[in-house]
Design a binder for this molecule. Sequence first.
Ligand SMILES: Cc1cc2nc3c(=O)[nH]c(=O)nc-3n(C[C@H](O)[C@H](O)[C@H](O)COP(=O)(O)O)c2cc1C
Length: 515
Amino acid sequence: MRPARRVLHRLTASFDRAVARDAAFASLARAAASPHIRPRSRARMTAQATGAAAETAGAANDSEANGVHAGANPPSCGSTDKGDGAAGPGTSAVPVPPVPATAANKLEAWDFWRAMGSPKFHVAPMVDQSELAFRELCRRYGATCAYTPMVHARLFVESPKYREEIFTTHAGDRPLLVQFCANDPDTLLAAAKLVAPRCDGVDINFGCPQRIAKKGNYGAFLMDDWDTVRDLIKKLHEELPVPVTAKIRVYDDLETSLKFAKMVEAAGAQLVAVHGRTREQKRAADVRANWAFIREIKKQLKVPVLANGDIRSLEEARACLAATGADGVLSADPLLENPSLFSDPPLAPPADARQPLPVAGDTNARLLLEYLELTKQYETPPRMIKGHVHKMVGHWLAEFTDLREWLNHHGGAPKTADVLVPWVNELIGRINLVFRKEGRTLPIPKKSPRAIAREQAEEAKAAAVAEQAREDAAFEGSFFRVADAFRDCARPRVFARTLVRRVMTHSDRDIRHSG
Ligand SMILES: Cc1cc2nc3c(=O)[nH]c(=O)nc-3n(C[C@H](O)[C@H](O)[C@H](O)COP(=O)(O)O)c2cc1C
């Protein structure tokens, strides 16, 4: 090697070592910094962080000594390599993503998976809810990987304003999968290239069942258009410098579900997350996720598979891993209700393991304070903050209805962290008072003054309608009796005058009816 090239080579190698060391350190240091980590575990993690950094630096040194650039020749592994001990999930050496990564040298499947730390517990993609501040909160309490909310690829390419609001991250926000929805491969690639340097992989949403997805022809509605699904994945697989992953749903039948998953893998997806509900099963909480289908898909795919649906506690996460054989799990709605869901040990043990939500006591309210602090650090739109407030402490607001009124209606002012912190402290005070006075750790829902007034108005309206109906019936019934009486009466003039006076006291409508 010429001297100049040798110097350049050394510089690149030392840069790679620094990047690897920073990445290893950042992830362990982040975990060690969690307030929930006990001092002994914290010390152990810090030691691990230093060790991991040394190990990665050592590995880089070895490859340098062998004359191999640490990033230039990544261990090749992909869908075809499963079963080969060197490439499979059990291999101990952690691969380092190449620098610079290109479409040709990027990590695949199991190397990609292990480079992310083989993460088991994932924050699922959630529109307006898996934003940076929330991801960070969940990572502090056990989540080991996170998806961004779904990003609209075309808007992302076209609108700088949308880009700025929808995608915020920082160096410690890893491992991170950025999710897009799209139906045009070129647009998707253009959008994905913008985020590739700041994430571990780019995910494509093939699971969104909402009307807006139907209108835009993306998400789960591409389950009817396999060619487009294939083209989208293939484009990123062949041209994006980071791996492409896919989030899919199951079909009604196992055979189609398997065929679809295999097609997604063959097109180039390096990781597949499977939501065990069909496109028609929109209201997730009402339908059990089909773990049996996920298990079959996991058995047949060669790339890592994540299971999604019905993960409401760490116990259920573990049960799902065992039942499906999946490599990790995603939680969405339950994680919104309990951001410390993956925490081990749990912050607040569930009173009933079969019904672990809502979280008892003031645990979530305290987590909410921590989340609000994070929103001060990472700018978060008030609508997202409000969504999290409702999810995290909404069950208590069903008892403290005045607090809910304030949250929803107070002057319409944006509910920022500064405004909300005193409100959460008031809530914590009340929750603790309930516990001291009544020993209760869960709320007793009651109606708000607004709901009571609305119900009273509805009751009064229903009573008026019923009364009207009664009068109509009575009047119609009496018409024939009156007619008979008129025919038989002795003084028809007096009778008629009396009748007219009585009739005049009724409304025009009544008279029309009686006629
Ligand atoms: C508020 C919310 C927003 C969601 N947004 C997305 C999204 O952007 N992309 C996506 O693929 N799935 C989205 N989902 C679906 C979830 O990722 C997940 O697949 C589904 O809720 C089932 O998981 P769960 O049973 O843990 O809730 C969303 C779910 C919720 C509750």
